[in-house]
Design a protein around this ligand. Structure first.
Ligand code: FES
Length: 163
């Protein structure tokens, strides 16, 4: 149903490493490329990169990946839902929207990605679209003036498209 990749393709990582001459100064770009394939950084991939770039180690790669917010160490869903909880969105009701999303996609055990890999959810601080508060972003598209009902309708549409 989803395109979430579960096993690491070392050949593909080798190709990326070769493109950047196994150069440690390109580590961030290499990690960005790998993340764009898996939608997160699998531990095996980080270990492999750390073992195959001179001057680095798996621990260094892991340290860099955890330092930068742009990297995710957990699988993301096919649809990444970001609910803004900046001040403007918060006062205009982002929390009920967030609760409605959580309930609708059925997040369990404090996880932020659904078990089927379809959705992941996170809150973000101001998206710079306060006049559209409360705002939700799904895979880069901004949905303005959200209400619990409106966000549920959007998720229903996505689910239908993926039937
Ligand atoms: S606070 Fe949500 S867009 Fe600014």
């Amino acid at each position: 149903m989803t395109e979430l990749k579960n096993s690491v393709d070392y050949k593909q990582i080798d190709e990326i490493l070769a493109e950047y001459n196994h150069n440690k100064t390109s580590l961030i770009t290499i990690l960005q490329r790998v993340q764009s394939i898996y939608r997160y950084l699998p531990e095996e991939a980080m270990t492999y990169i750390g073992n195959n770039i001179e001057g680095l180690s798996p621990a260094t790669v892991f340290g860099v990946a955890t330092f930068y917010a742009q990297f995710s160490l957990e699988p993301k869903g096919k649809y990444e839902i970001k609910v803004c909880d900046g001040t403007a969105c918060h006062v205009r009701g982002s929390m009920p929207v967030l609760d409605a999303v959580k309930k609708k996609i059925d997040l369990k055990n404090g996880k932020m990605t659904t078990e089927n890999g379809m959705f992941s959810l996170e809150t973000v601080s101001c998206l710079g679209a306060c006049s559209l508060a409360p705002a939700v972003v799904i895979n880069g598209k901004v949905y303005p003036k959200m209400t619990p009902d409106a966000v549920i309708t959007i998720i229903d549409t996505i689910l239908k498209e993926n039937e």
